[in-house]
Design a protein around this ligand. Structure first.
Ligand SMILES: Cc1cc2nc3c(=O)[nH]c(=O)nc-3n(C[C@H](O)[C@H](O)[C@H](O)COP(=O)(O)OP(=O)(O)OC[C@H]3O[C@@H](n4cnc5c(N)ncnc54)[C@H](O)[C@@H]3O)c2cc1C
Length: 388
């Protein structure tokens, strides 16, 4: 049966845009589309609100954009972070003021607030619904999910670092053998302690780094990235790994020992990859981490996810109003994405290689200690300008 007949005969919905994955990229795109009057559906496999592995430090470059989406950040009394402290595994310390800086907010809170705004703009949200495949034919996408199928004119994939769809589509980065850019794990806790509200600290340890900064309601987010090997060498026990490896940096030991932990168990993810990814796959727009993930220590992944959605929206809008063809929409998106983010990703990969290794980190921090402004140059190399 032809798609159009199927839509009519079987009463299957035709949406203008389907968005797969309701993190920051998917939610922000949905809000922009909903507000512009497009019939939009967002699929999220989890149920809001939920915790996510993330350092929860957002660069101030996206403050105005988030407010424009409809979230009154100014009224939330969030910690504004203007100072960076970095320690090396051998406990050399650098302190510097951040030129732009950031703010702290939990994903549990932020994503849920954006979800409420998306609903208000008329977006339909299917929670606890996993998309299992997408195909494109005759200018229409078919979206299959656990529970059914629907059609849409455009599909955006904002399904994060690694999803069932990456495997289903056999994307290049999932085919890579484990290497220095693709076999990381992330662990996150919310804790209560006396960490300074204006400071983000980044403590390095053997094959990893751990960030701590304040979020809403006086809590702190304590989050680290390390290699799968570190966990394996600790009999796959997070606790053993922390005590055996992280605690060798006494700053970390102090934080872990003196904090009150709010979760019983940490939130964790594995198989994090910083490999290159395609910006369009199977005619689907890739947004946020699905298009390319910057090393977490750069603290810019969330802003990039939000900004990529803004760029996608601008091009989708031009296509839907008949001003450009589908091909031009796709190539414009790729061009603008590359111009905005490619250099940041490259710099992020270079920094990730550096900070992953104990001796190199010790050497690097030792060398630049008298010149802390160099850190600000590195931060700038992985950040963009304010957008809204
Ligand atoms: C350890 C660590 C620390 C970090 N710290 C920071 C930081 O301090 N600052 C910063 O800016 N960035 C940080 N990042 C990066 C940041 O978390 C990401 O860049 C950001 O979350 C990307 O947003 P996203 O919307 O692309 O993906 P996500 O927020 O991951 O959202 C993807 C969503 O898609 C859903 N999904 C997946 N597959 C499907 C499917 N098939 N169907 C339906 N739903 C699906 C998932 O459930 C998820 O909710 C960190 C990352 C890590 C790993």
């Amino acid at each position: 049966m032809q798609k159009n007949d199927k839509i009519e005969n079987e009463n299957i919905s035709l949406f203008t845009v389907s968005v797969i994955g309701g993190g920051l990229a998917g939610l922000s795109l949905s809000i922009l589309l909903g507000r512009a009057g497009y019939k939009t559906i967002l699929f999220e496999k989890e149920k809001y609100p939920f915790h996510k592995v993330c350092g929860e430090y957002i660069s101030l470059e996206s403050w105005s954009f988030i407010e424009r989406l409809g979230l009154n950040l100014s009224g939330l009394g969030l910690p504004i972070i203007k100072k960076l402290v970095v320690s090396s595994p051998n406990e050399n310390v650098i302190e510097t003021k951040l030129d732009l800086g950031g703010f702290g907010i939990s994903r549990f809170f932020l994503d849920n607030e954006l979800k409420k705004i998306a609903l208000e703009t008329g977006v339909i949200i299917y929670e606890e619904t996993k998309v299992t495949d997408v195909s494109f034919d005759d200018e229409i996408f078919s979206v299959q999910y656990n529970g059914g199928e629907l059609f849409s004119k455009i599909v955006a994939g904002s399904f994060g670092k690694r999803s069932n769809l990456d495997l289903k589509w056999n994307r290049n980065f999932v085919k890579e053998k484990p290497n220095k850019l693709n076999n990381y794990i992330g662990v996150k806790y919310h804790v209560k302690n006396n960490h300074a509200a204006d400071t983000i600290a980044l403590h390095n340890f053997h094959n990893g780094y751990c960030g701590i900064s304040k979020i809403e309601n006086g809590k702190s987010c304590l989050c680290y990235l390390t290699t799968a090997k570190n966990l394996k060498d600790s009999h796959n026990s997070i606790k053993e790994m922390e005590e055996k490896i992280l605690f060798k940096n006494s700053f970390l030991r102090k934080i872990f020992v003196e904090s009150e932990f709010i979760f019983e168990e940490p939130v964790t993810i594995s198989q994090i990859s910083f490999e290159k990814k395609s910006r369009i796959e199977n005619r689907v727009f890739m947004l946020g981490d699905a298009a390319g993930m910057i090393a977490p220590l750069c603290g810019n992944g969330m802003s990039m996810a939000l900004h990529s959605s803004k760029i996608a929206f601008e091009n989708i809008h031009l296509f839907l109003t008949g001003r450009i063809s589908r091909e031009v929409m796709e190539s414009n998106y790729i061009k603008t994405w590359n111009k905005e983010f490619e250099l940041r990703l490259r710099n992020g990969r270079m920094i990730q290689r550096f900070f992953g290794k104990e001796k190199l980190t010790n050497f690097f921090i030792g060398i630049i200690k008298p010149f802390p402004f160099i850190i600000n140059h590195l931060v700038k190399a992985t950040h963009g300008k304010t957008f809204f």
